[in-house]
Design a protein around this ligand. Sequence first.
Ligand code: G6P
Ligand code: MG
Length: 219
Amino acid sequence: MKGVLFDLDGVIADTSVYHFQAWRKLIKDHFNRELPNELEKQTKGVSRTDSLTAILNYLNIIVTEKEFQEMTEEKNIVFRELLTSLTPENILPGITALIAAFQAHNVKLSLASASLNGPFILTKLQLTNAFDAIVDPAQVAAGKPAPDIFLAAAKAINLNTRDCVGIEDSIAGIRAINRAGAFSVGVGSQSELGQAGLLFPQTSALNYQQIEQAWEKFS
Ligand code: G6P
Ligand code: MG
């Protein structure tokens, strides 16, 4: 194992809840409708526009292209407001130690987040320097569950995806890692992330040795 391709929201930081909170506010303000919890998993890991498409489909609402564009911008304003108070305390349990273990074993770190806010969030968490590469999702052709962002993340650290593990909390993300040919590590439930090569119930359970051993078997 030479590289780790990290998702951000819901793996490194507790920011995935803020995404859904922002969508909830937007939909309430525009249509006075509530979003059910079960919709959250469909918006995890997928781009801003794919998230809004999934939400509007679910609600059976059709908007013009202009309204759609305005809504994505408005959602981001709400999301960024929620991020203003972000500090290193928002790093999820176990992640600081896991990053240190990867670094101690000379495993390179590459960020494979679909969020255009990724670099901003890493700065707020004071984790920018921990990463050897950060992929710009705007430069990637197709979003998760397409493999593109994980292929780009491995390439950015000059590695073959077979030599990498990817860590994800979303269904779309696990599928993307598998398609990219890296070893997938999921954080979440078996019912959602059953396709992961190795699964941990929460970030605090993530363990370098277990990941390394599972990758050995996979490779
Ligand atoms: C992550 C989150 C998604 C979000 C996407 C785009 O993958 O899990 O919920 O839609 O990033 O984020 P952005 O900050 O660019 O709107
Ligand atoms: Mg995520």
